[in-house]
Write a protein that binds this ligand. Sequence first.
Ligand SMILES: Nc1ncnc2c1ncn2[C@@H]1O[C@H](COP(=O)(O)OP(=O)(O)OP(=O)(O)O)[C@@H](O)[C@H]1O
Ligand SMILES: [Mg+2]
Length: 318
Amino acid sequence: MPLTGLENSELKMIIFGGKGGVGKTSCAIASAIGLAERYKTLVISTDPAHSISDSLDQHIGFKVHQVDTVPNLFALEISADKAFQEFKKEHERELIKLFDTSTTLDDDDIQEMMNLSIPGIDEVMSFKTIIDLIEKNEYEKYVVDTAPTGHALRLLSSPGLLDGWIKMAAKMRWKYRYMIESFSGNYNEDEADVMLLNLKKTVTRISSLLSNGTKCEFIPVCIPEDMAIQETARLLKELGKYRIASRQLILNNVMESDEAGFCHQRRVAQMKYIAQAGQLFKGMQIVTVPVFPEEIKGLEALKKLRDVLFGDRTTAPV
Ligand SMILES: Nc1ncnc2c1ncn2[C@@H]1O[C@H](COP(=O)(O)OP(=O)(O)OP(=O)(O)O)[C@@H](O)[C@H]1O
Ligand SMILES: [Mg+2]
């Protein structure tokens, strides 16, 4: 059964995630190629290891890049660390003001605070890049390739983490505001207040997009092996906590050969896990993808995978 609903025009963001090496990047790009036939599509890598360039066999990088020979498909690699450094550069004055007025730290301590990270902010800034593009309506579909599970979960938990920090900072500011008001009778919002408010708005925008099942869907990619299935089960549990919709799952690298010998034995082992996945992920649609005879690298191979994912198996391997 192919992937369903991705072509629904209301669905904006499709996130692919799962255990290391199971085929997330390949499935994300192949889906983006399929979607680009109807929609202006942007495929985004949030994985610090950035493999979309390798998979497409084209250099992508930190600026939106039109994918060669695929009309309507654009690609972008996002660096959470770079996004955070840019945020810090842009808001240095506000951050210093925030630390200075809300704490009893001296200048050296404040400088040290500036060198520390703010929980969740790197990832929130990555998401902000995506959400700004979505709100500008630049593209019709956004396909997100993530790093292996732990990192992807950090990405998804980032709005909550940063929200906690904002609340704490706002509380400290409240004390400062109270002090100023007691002395001078009035308090005018300053740039640190505006920055906190804008951060809060960003967190709210991200959380509401992620938990909007009409606009955002997470597709776990798994392989028929015990560890991958267990990790997918944990991933789905976490997604439930963040109220992120996940309706279908890709089971990749399935051996379809009926030959005797090594392949046959692997297939027998896989059958057990395919059945287990069916039980464990009841209620979800399972999309099986066969193991290809060659690695999935370059457009030709990616288009074959697209055909499997979108249901046209004429060019898919048997
Ligand atoms: N169905 C398949 N048949 C054959 N090779 C595959 C298949 N799916 C993925 N591969 C190959 O497996 C390797 C890993 O795939 P991919 O990079 O898409 O996985 P990933 O989950 O994104 O990995 P990482 O966790 O490192 O980001 C690649 O060399 C890819 O070409
Ligand atoms: Mg990858």
